[in-house]
Design a protein around this ligand. Structure first.
Ligand code: NAD
Length: 255
């Protein structure tokens, strides 16, 4: 196994939305010395966030556009970012969409749209990232599942979302097993409800209270709660942690 380079890069998918977990995590990681690559649907938005990060934190940062459900676009975005940034050490899969459709109303198109972005997208980005990590002898992959996978919905999104997010856990354990010898760890963060705009727009205080009601802690989560979990799992010091799911959910689900 190889040591971390002095100046590592992390690529985050889905990190361009203004109030999302991804952008907050990119800032949090840049503050801790990571160079940042951002992949999101809108190339201009990804580049804007990268510029903002480079200016604020004095690290190298670059953005690229890709729909994560399109493997060719994902591979092109990685090529573009790796050409501009220091050694890729970590990938954080955050790109995702919600799906509040009741099961009896789920069409084939809705099913495929959610699985293509939320599960196949994680596979495409991971597959491309670990090709570089295997060559380097060191790597970290972290992907976002959800308490919705563990409790069977119950937050905002329903069945296709839960299925995709549960798939991420099995996917990550299997890749972790295959790539451990290559120096790569693969883990999952399963957030409870987090105060972003993914659940049909900005949450009202009333919705936040309802979402927190089932938990042990008297609040929903913040993007920073998730950023801190990601920072740990991609750190050099987390090298003995792999195939795990870290639940950051205020006690909504205990395992
Ligand atoms: N907010 C929550 O309560 C919560 C809870 C559990 C898990 N998650 C997961 O965390 C991740 C981040 O969610 P968020 O709350 O920050 O929401 P968000 O909507 O702010 O972020 C999602 C990001 O993914 C991008 N994206 C969507 N489709 C894409 C595609 N096809 N290709 C590339 N990028 C795409 C969006 O542009 C956006 O930047 C998601 O995977 C979500 O499912 C969120």
């Amino acid at each position: 196994m190889t040591d971390f380079p002095a100046s590592p890069t992390v690529i985050l998918t889905g990190a361009a939305s203004p109030r999302g977990i991804g952008r907050a995590s990119a800032h949090y990681l840049a503050e801790r010395g990571w160079n940042i690559g951002i992949i999101d649907l809108d190339a201009d938005a990804a580049k804007r966030v990268a510029e903002e990060i480079a200016t604020e934190h004095g690290v190298q940062a670059a953005g690229a556009g890709a729909d994560v459900s399109d493997e060719a676009q994902v591979r092109a975005a990685f090529d573009e970012l790796e050409g501009q940034l220091p050694q890729l050490v970590a990938l954080v899969n955050l790109a995702g969409i919600s799906s509040p459709v009741p099961y009896l109303e789920v069409t084939a198109d809705e099913w495929n749209r959610v699985l293509d972005i939320n599960l196949s997208g994680v596979h495409y980005a991971t597959r491309r990232a670990v090709e570089s990590m295997v060559k380097n002898g060191v790597g970290r992959v972290v992907s976002m599942s959800s308490v919705s996978a563990q409790r069977g919905g119950g937050t905002y999104s329903k069945t296709p979302y839960s299925a995709a997010k549960a798939g991420i856990i099995g996917f990550s354990r299997s890749v972790a097993r295959e790539l451990g010898l290559a120096g790569i760890t693969v883990n999952v963060v399963a957030p409870g409800p987090i105060d972003t705009d993914i659940m049909g727009g900005t949450l009202t205080e009333e919705r936040k209270e309802k979402m927190a009601a089932d938990g042990v802690l008297p609040r929903i989560g913040t993007p920073r709660d998730i950023a801190a979990a990601i920072a740990y799992l991609i750190s050099e010091d987390a090298g003995y942690v792999t195939g795990q799911t870290l639940n950051v959910n205020g006690g909504l689900y205990m395992q």
